[in-house]
Design a protein. Structure first.
Length: 127
């Protein structure tokens, strides 16, 4: 084997070892992202005011859906719904984010509308 061939083989081996060493880190990051509960935000509008609430994956599964219609239907069917109210706050690094403010109880009303809320801000999970 020539020196050039040997160096080339060593380089390929080093690259393969680096990739193999990094694979567990990538897998851990991907697994953590999959396991993280996601919180969906909804705007609840009445004739008097509006608030933003957040429901996580487990709560949405419990009410039977992940869209605004499922939230409105659960509220109408049950008469009440407990959820976390969300508000914009500043993170320690100065970025704005949607964060849980307090737990609130919603009471069904004839003049109630539930809308999905999309935001460019990071949404923090609640308890």
């Amino acid at each position: 084997m020539t020196d050039t061939t040997r160096r080339s083989a060593l380089r390929r081996g080093a690259v393969a070892l680096l990739l193999l060493g990094a694979a567990p880190a990538f897998a851990t990051t991907a697994r953590a992202a999959e396991e993280k509960p996601t919180t969906r935000l909804f705007k609840v509008v009445t004739v008097k005011d509006e608030i933003v609430i957040g429901l996580d994956t487990a709560e949405l599964t419990e009410i039977g859906g992940a869209d605004a219609g499922a939230v409105a239907s659960a509220l109408k069917h049950n008469g009440t719904l407990t959820a976390w109210q969300y508000a914009v706050k500043k993170a320690q690094n100065g970025d704005l984010q949607q964060a849980p403010l307090r737990k609130v109880g919603l009471i069904a009303s004839d003049s109630l509308r539930v809308e999905p809320l999309t935001t460019p801000l990071a949404v923090l999970p609640h308890e």
